[in-house]
Ligand binder design. Structure first.
Ligand code: ADP
Length: 454
């Protein structure tokens, strides 16, 4: 297979910049696409070439397949890297790339189809012998049926949009009295957010951990895992802090989960980088939650402990190279990532777009700042408010926490509100330091975490 010479990065913000950095190191030229709101964005400045693809709303720019493909043809790009979000998990886009003779850096459309809808993924995993969160494998047609099922498995249950993602389209039902109104709300929310009102039911697991396994596969069926990431520090079902290794996994559980994740990826003919997400309950039973068929936001922590560049490997796999390992490399040390958002934790995490008047980014040993902003940049109000990811490495978890705290202490962003102090609060909280925090941690400790901000 020929080497890739020019990559169009179909994304914006920190991830577009991060992908372009690796391209540069590999001697591959880069093309940015941008909306009218992103004329002066960092990813546009970082790329060798840039093409305007439409007005600010992503539906009219970053999500318009024809525009992106046109930009690739116009600039002679031979491959497209989708980053995460936008078109990264869109099987029809993968097919359109194929048709246009452009390499899509990611899994085949068939693997995306198999894992795309949560219910389809559950059916495929059940078939493959992978344990899934107890619940229905199909969307439920009527409220009567749904009610009967919830009564059978007992509240609390989670109503979930089959086409959901990004922490949206999920509703916990604690009392049967509320079932019907929650059902209706979940359906209309699903329709509005995803254009698909199919909803199914999962048992709501109490105080689970979100632990996910990074998998990697080449085009020849070699599939490995690169260990786990602990992602239980969440607000509104979205990750805020991630780390590896997970402080709660025994070597046996790690090996078992890794094996199951590889089995899941093989079952759908996976190629490239992917993540198999699991919930781990209080008894340390684990259940398949979903698979993300793309690069994950939190991939840097895996890069820190494996020494690999996952984007470089995505590109090499797309070029037809074989994986260099037959099993998981032994993780070295500990890594923590915190997501820096332009938002106000004290005001219900309301986004805080605006102009960054002053920016000081931390430095020092074993530290990485994957940022999409610069001093004088105006954070637009139309996109995700994450502005940067700070990640650190240290030989031990204790030292990694201290390093992350020290780095956050150096982080100064003026002009907009950020969650930097809130993040420091998380890293200093005894429950986090102790290492056994579940997905209820941030919500449960919200007031305390805000108090630490003062
Ligand atoms: P999305 O695709 O929107 O990210 P996920 O299915 O990956 O949704 O779930 C996101 C988070 O929501 C999980 O990490 C977990 O914290 C919570 N969650 C999802 N399903 C359940 C469940 N059945 N029980 C308890 N918590 C859940």
């Amino acid at each position: 297979m020929p080497k890739i010479r020019k990559i169009l990065v179909a994304n914006r913000g920190e991830i577009a910049v991060r992908v372009m950095r690796t391209c540069k190191e590999l001697g591959i030229s880069t093309v940015a696409v941008y909306s009218e709101a992103d004329r002066s964005a960092l990813h546009v400045r970082t790329a060798d070439q840039a093409v305007l693809v439409g007005p600010p709303p992503s539906r009219e720019s970053y999500l318009v397949q024809e525009r992106i493909l046109e930009a690739a043809k116009q600039t002679g790009a031979d491959a497209i890297h989708p980053g995460y979000g936008f078109l990264s998990e869109n099987a029809s886009f993968v097919r359109a790339c194929e048709k246009a003779g452009i390499t899509f850096i990611g899994p085949p459309a068939s693997a995306m189809d198999a894992m795309g809808e949560k219910t389809r993924a559950r059916q495929n995993m059940i078939k493959a012998g992978v344990p899934v969160v107890p619940g229905t494998a199909e969307p439920i047609a009527t409220v009567e049926e749904a009610r009967a099922y919830a009564e059978k498995i007992g509240v609390p249950v989670m109503l979930k949009a089959a086409g959901g993602g990004g922490g949206k389209g999920m509703r916990k039902v604690e009392r049967m009295e509320d079932f019907e109104s929650s059902w209706r709300a979940a359906k209309s929310e699903a329709m509005n957010a995803f254009g698909n009102d199919a909803v199914y039911i999962e048992k709501y697991l109490e105080k689970p951990h979100h632990v996910e396994i990074q998998v990697f596969a080449d085009q020849y069926g070699n599939t490995i895992h690169l260990n786990e990431r602990e992602c239980s520090a969440q607000r509104r079902h979205q990750k805020v802090v991630e780390e590896t290794p997970s402080p709660i996994l025994s070597p046996e559980l790690r090996a078992k989960m890794g094996e199951v994740a590889v089995k899941a990826a093989k079952a759908v003919g996976y190629v490239g980088a992917g993540t198999v997400e699991f919930l781990v309950d209080v008894h340390r039973n684990f259940y398949f939650l979903e698979m993300n068929t793309r690069l994950q936001v939190e991939h840097p922590v895996t890069e820190w402990v494996t020494g690999l560049d996952l984007v470089a490997w995505q590109i090499k796999v797309a070029e037809g190279e074989k994986l260099p390992y037959t099993e998981a490399p032994r993780p070295n040390g500990h890594s923590i990532e915190v997501r820096i958002y332009a938002e106000d934790p004290a005001r219900n995490f309301m986004p805080s777009p605006g102009r960054i008047n002053y920016l000081r980014v931390p430095g020092g040993p074993y530290l990485r700042d994957d940022s999409g902003v610069f001093p004088g940049y105006t954070v637009p109000n139309v996109y995700d408010p994450m502005i940067s990811k700070l990640s650190v490495w240290a030989p031990t978890r204790r030292e990694a926490i201290e390093r992350a705290k020290r780095a956050l202490g150096e982080y100064v962003v003026k002009g907009i509100t950020t969650n930097v102090r809130y993040l420091k609060g998380i890293l200093s909280h005894p429950e986090f330091v102790e290492g056994d925090y579940d997905t209820s941690f941030l919500t449960r400790e919200h007031e305390t975490l805000l108090g630490k901000n003062e």
